[in-house]
Structures are given as C-alpha cells and as structure tokens.
Design a protein around this ligand. Structure first.
Ligand SMILES: NC(=O)c1ccc[n+]([C@@H]2O[C@H](COP(=O)([O-])OP(=O)(O)OC[C@H]3O[C@@H](n4cnc5c(N)ncnc54)[C@H](OP(=O)(O)O)[C@@H]3O)[C@@H](O)[C@H]2O)c1
Length: 244
C-alpha cells in the first residue's frame, strides 16, 4: 500500500532505480524523499522496495527503452503524477548498460541497440521530464569517466556517454534558470565481473574502486548546490590522470 506522507526532500524520480547503483541511490534517498522508480521490467517480487514503502511513498513505473510506445507511456505516467499533485523536485537518469563491442563486431543493429538505451533513452526521458520538474529542481545524468578516455573495447558505449556529455551543458542552457542540470562521470563504483585481478583499482590514483555511497553523496551535493549547473563532476579515483 502507498503511504501518502510527503518528505522534506520532495519527490524524486530515478530512471533505472531498481538495480545496482539505482537501488543504492533509492535506498539512500528514501529516508528523506518520496520516490518514483522506473524499471524496464514488471516490479513483482522486489521485496526491498516493499521494505522502503514502509517508510516512504514510492511509485513504481515501467519504462523500457525498447518499448515502441515509450514516449506516450512516459507522458501518461507523468500526467498521472501531476494530477495526483506530486511535484517532481529532482530526477536522476541512471539507466544504461555496458556492452563489450570491440572493433570488427559493430553492426547497424548492435550499434542502434547500444545507443537506444544509452543515449536516446536518456534524451527522451530528459525531454519528457523537463516541463514536469519544479522550479529549482536539479536533473542529474549519470555518465562515465570514458568521456575523458574512451573504453577501447566499448567505443559505442563511450560514444553514447559522450553524447550525454553534450546533453548536460546544452540542457542546462535550455532549462535555466528554472531547472539545473548536472552530470556525474563515474569510474568503477561496483566491482566488474570481468576484473577479477583488480586491474580497474590499480589504474586509479587512489588504488581502489569507488562505492555507491560516493555517487549518493555527489547527487545530494549537486541537488543542494543552487549555483551549480551545466557541469559534469568526475569521480573516478583519479583514473583519468594515470599514465596509460
Ligand atoms: N557500476 C559502475 O561502476 C558504473 C561505472 C561508470 C558508470 N556507470 C553508469 O551508472 C549507471 C548505473 O550503472 P549500474 O552499474 O548501476 O547499472 P547497469 O547495470 O548499467 O543498469 C542501469 C539500469 O539500467 C536499466 N535498464 C536496463 N535495460 C533497460 C531498458 N531496456 N530500458 C530501461 N532501463 C533499462 C536497469 O534497470 P531494469 O533492469 O530494472 O530496467 C538498471 O537499473 C549507468 O548509466 C552506467 O553507465 C556505472
């Protein structure tokens, strides 16, 4: 059952707020925010969200980058929230994937699939959300430290994140002064399955990978910094300054 109480931090929408970093952010924010979480799959059986619903108002939405009716679904969901009097005071776009696509494997279909989720989807979400965000809201977009040094075996993914690196300052100009836009270029915050030797940690100045709490802190910092817009904050343990 949904609780009706409102939290001081207002209502935030997390696109891709179900797994991994999205879940960690939802759990962090739930203490002082109402939350709208999206997933590409039906929400049944997510007991951790049921747990969060005990202390926060949570709405679960089904937004799938592959859905041909995505745009009208997003508009309908956002209309419903507005009709219910829910004002969105913050949003974070986390959805994406991290496909291995070395040179020689690229096809029109595989490139389109990568770019649909990693660049078209955030663009469409940002467009749908922009008019719904309240005055003073911050729209935050999750990028990758690959915007500084592309992943050579994941160039299509890196190109998608570079597209988002253009979206951040561009949207900041289009939405100012009502709404701020901030990006987060992340190094590894979760251990990679294909990195059993700790190679990623070794390739940072700090000799470790980060953790989801690093993202949570930065997201709160950006939301609470009213003079910050159009910027991309890099958190990668100094990876981009390591000689290659
Ligand atoms: N993890 C890291 O260390 C790291 C490092 C650098 C950058 N990042 C960036 O941080 C963000 C979160 O990364 P992550 O590692 O937590 O998770 P992830 O595995 O990359 O997935 C992020 C989210 O994308 C959603 N998603 C997958 N397919 C989708 C689709 N067809 N339509 C809509 N949503 C879809 C997933 O939710 P559902 O399956 O519920 O739909 C998931 O919550 C990503 O943008 C990633 O590029 C992460």
């Amino acid at each position: 059952m949904e609780r009706s109480a409102r939290k001081d931090g207002g209502c935030w929408l997390l696109v891709g707020g179900r797994r991994r970093l999205g879940r960690a952010l939802a759990e962090d924010l739930a203490g002082d925010h109402d939350l709208v979480l999206t997933s590409s799959r039906p929400w049944d059986g997510e007991t951790w969200v049921d747990g969060l619903s005990e202390r926060s108002w949570i709405r679960r939405l089904h937004w799938d980058a592959e859905d041909p009716g995505l745009v009208s679904r997003m508009m309908a969901d956002l209309d419903t929230l507005q009709t219910e009097g829910r004002v969105i005071s913050g949003a974070v776009l986390l959805a994406g994937n991290f496909p291995l696509q070395p040179l020689g494997t690229w096809t029109p279909a595989s490139l389109e699939t990568t770019w649909r989720l990693n660049v078209s989807f955030p663009f469409l979400c940002a467009q749908a959300l922009a008019p719904c965000l309240s005055e003073g809201a911050c729209l935050q977009i999750i990028l990758d430290t690959s915007i500084h040094h592309p992943w050579l075996k994941r160039l299509p993914y890196s190109a998608a994140k570079a597209g988002l690196a253009t979206l951040v300052p561009g949207l900041a100009q289009l939405l100012a002064p009502r709404v701020r836009v901030v990006g987060h270029a992340l190094g590894a915050l979760l251990p990679a399955e294909d990195d059993p030797t700790g190679f990623l940690a070794e390739r940072t100045l700090l000799k470790r990978i980060g953790e989801p709490a690093d993202l949570c802190r930065a997201v709160r910092f950006a939301a609470d910094s009213p003079f910050l817009t159009g910027e991309i904050l890099t958190q990668d343990g100094g990876r981009r300054w390591v000689d290659r």
